[in-house]
Structure formats: C-alpha cells, structure tokens
Design a protein around this ligand. Structure first.
Ligand SMILES: NC(=O)c1ccc[n+]([C@@H]2O[C@H](COP(=O)([O-])OP(=O)(O)OC[C@H]3O[C@@H](n4cnc5c(N)ncnc54)[C@H](O)[C@@H]3O)[C@@H](O)[C@H]2O)c1
Length: 265
C-alpha cells in the first residue's frame, strides 16, 4: 500500500486530500498541530507535527519511514495567513522585530518538509522515487495586499518548485505546486467568505483534481509545474516571459552553465 504524508491534514484542503487518498486505500499520515476530526476512516495515523519546528518535521519522517518502510507522496500543505502587519506604523521609537510565523510555516516549514521527503524518497525500497506537492496559492502568482508575508512565502514556493525540479530531473522524484484561488476552509476569515460572491469560490473538488494530476503520473515525468486552481479550471502556469534575448539565454531551459559554474566555485 502506498504511503502519504499530508501536513496541515486536520482541516480544509489537507483534510479533503487525506480523505481522498484514504478512499483509494493509501496509508495516510496526518501531520498537523491539531488532531483530525473523528469522521475519518481508513488506514491512517495522526502524528502531531509543527512544521515550523525542524525537530518536529524530522521526527514525523523518521517515525513514518521506520513504521511503514516507505514514503510515496508528500503534500507540504500546512499554512497560515499573516500575523504581522508589515505596513503598520510602529507605535514605538524603534521598530519591533516581526514574528515571521507565516514565513516560518508557509515557506521554511514547506521547504523543510520537502527536504525530509527527498531524503526518505531516495531510500524507498525498490529505488529512489516519490512525489512532492506544495500547496502554494494564487497569492504565489499575483500581488496580495491583505497578506504580504503569505504572498512572499507562496511566491517562494513557486520559484523553489521550478528550480529544484530542474536539478532533480534525472531522478524519479517529482516536485510540483498547486495554486488554489479562494476555497472555503478555516483559513479565510468569516467576514471575507461573507463578502466574496459565492460564484468566485473554488470548489474543493478542483483542488483534489489538481493533486490527482501529480499523484496519478505513473511515469514520474510531470515535474516543476505550477497549477492554478480557479473555479473548475486547472491552469498550468509557465514562468514569466523573458525580458529580452539575453535573459532568455541566461535563464532559459538550459541550466547547465549555472550548475557547472556553481559546482566548480
Ligand atoms: N483556503 C484557501 O482559500 C486557500 C487558497 C490558496 C492556498 N491555500 C493554502 O492551502 C493550505 C491549507 O489551507 P486551508 O485553506 O486548508 O486552511 P485550514 O486552516 O482549513 O487548514 C490548515 C491546517 O494547517 C494546520 N497548521 C497550521 N499551522 C501548522 C503548523 N505549524 N504545523 C502543522 N500544521 C499546521 C492547521 O491546524 C489546519 O489543520 C495552506 O497552505 C494555505 O495557504 C488555501
């Protein structure tokens, strides 16, 4: 039976994905700071995990690999919205430090989850293979004035996905991102859900379909992709156009000069 780890599995998108995987007989490790609701059925284990803590993530992966001997799919999904107002005027003589909780969970936590996933997927029985999907956001593609730190973290995940996938291209380990629009979960404030028209809400079924694109890739060929999930559409998003020919030559599809330059540095 294939084994998945889903972070942020106790609510919203992570919960829907976990239920979907359980319905298809996956073994699912639900990794969250909070326990899952009681209605879940199937072969699952809740492992209390705080993705803002390296020790907690490492313990999650060590436990999973030791207990189930393999890790096939990891959804780095846990996320929160902004806790700082980075545009506020400080009430004090000098600025107080920001808490960066959002960046710690949404960016560093997701990258640390990837880092552990990569390690254990390379040790899977039968050879290196696995699939990693980040839950980025439409805020990883567009400006997002209400949550600038969230926006920075999600843009970070999109750039990270596009970059590591090039370097891992020769391995059967895929890395992709999904970018949901607004989905009704516990993340969005109630007032926001009240004032945004219902017809602009993306159904959870679209998000699950986006995960399936990557989960069902039996050839391990679909990697480095960013998929915007809006209403009932899944839209593959390429990086922005090159500014000129020089940029195309520098940052185009052949990364070999950069890799060589850094390897020999
Ligand atoms: N709901 C949306 O409109 C929307 C849109 C785009 C992207 N997203 C992204 O989807 C992901 C899931 O969000 P959601 O909408 O399902 O929200 P949600 O609040 O319903 O679920 C998030 C889950 O993450 C868990 N979590 C929070 N901090 C954690 C931590 N430090 N370690 C482990 N788990 C933690 C929470 O306990 C919760 O169960 C997030 O990354 C979010 O940014 C959501």
């Amino acid at each position: 039976m294939p084994v998945a780890i889903v972070t942020g599995a106790s609510s919203g998108i992570g919960l829907a994905l976990s239920k979907h995987l359980l319905e298809q007989s996956w073994t699912v490790i639900l990794a969250d700071v909070a326990p899952p609701p009681p209605e879940i059925t199937g072969t699952y284990e809740f492992v209390k995990t705080d993705v803002s803590s390296w020790d907690s993530i490492l313990a999650l992966f060590k436990h999973t690999f030791k207990t189930y001997s393999r890790i096939d799919f990891v959804a780095a999904n846990a996320g929160i919205d902004d806790r700082d107002d980075v545009c506020a005027d400080s009430a004090t003589d000098e600025p107080a430090p920001l808490n960066f909780k959002t960046i710690n969970i949404d960016l560093y936590g997701a990258i640390n989850t990837y880092w552990c996933a990569l390690h254990y997927m390379r040790r899977n029985p039968g050879g290196k293979q696995g699939k990693i999907v980040f839950t980025a956001s439409s805020a990883g593609l567009y400006p997002f004035a209400s949550n600038p730190e969230y926006c920075a973290a999600k843009h970070g995940l999109v750039g990270f996905t596009r970059s590591v996938s090039q370097k891992l291209a020769s391995e059967r380990i895929t890395v992709n991102s999904i970018c949901p629009a607004l989905v009704k979960t516990n993340l969005a404030p109630t007032e926001l859900l009240r004032i945004i028209p219902q017809e602009q809400m993306t159904p959870m079924s679209t998000i699950v379909k986006a995960f399936d694109l990557f989960i069902n890739d039996t050839e391990f060929k679909v990697t480095g992709q960013t998929v915007e999930c809006a209403l009932d559409e899944l839209i593959f998003r390429d990086p922005p156009e090159f500014g000129n020919e020089s940029q195309q030559a520098l940052f185009g599809s052949d990364a070999s000069k950069w890799l060589e330059g850094y390897e020999k540095a």
